[in-house]
Write a protein that binds this ligand. Structure first.
Ligand code: FES
Length: 138
């Protein structure tokens, strides 16, 4: 699914609690549940990158969108981050697959290496990044 169907007008003002904890508002929980994944440009630990967020088996996950094999975004060749079964994340460059719950690579060359997980929180119907060293670019 496309990222551009997110309707940010539905997002309520950031709560005082979220401001105090320096949470970064991403989207509404409903918006994330309507798409297969969402991509956001970020600066994380002083590196410009992107993040992917998705819902898998009812839980929200986020990772830096960076395949350790040849340093490409998972969706570099097609607008998808899951394989055809929907059970694994898949890098579209060479097809390496990853456990959506842990980010662990399941393909032989990079077996056991993990995508960089990003902490996310759901609060009052909104999704936030809960990473101190992360800036949202878009
Ligand atoms: S760059 Fe991701 S599988 Fe090769």
């Amino acid at each position: 699914m496309q990222n551009d169907i997110i309707d940010s007008k539905l997002i309520k003002p950031v709560s005082a609690m979220a401001n105090k904890r320096q949470l970064k508002l991403v989207c509404t929980a409903d918006d994330l549940r309507r798409v297969s994944y969402l991509m956001k440009l970020i600066r994380f630990k002083n590196q410009l990158s992107s993040a992917i967020l998705f819902v898998f088996e009812g839980q929200i996950y986020a990772y830096v969108n960076h395949c350790m094999h040849m340093h490409r975004p998972l969706n570099c060749e097609q607008d998808a981050v899951f394989d055809e079964t929907g059970r694994y994340l898949r890098c579209s460059m060479h097809g390496f697959i990853f456990d959506p719950k842990t980010g662990e690579c399941q393909s032989p060359v990079c077996f056991g290496q993990r995508l960089q997980a990003l902490r996310v929180e759901e609060m009052d119907g909104a999704i936030y990044f809960a990473e101190k060293h992360l800036l949202l670019i878009d």
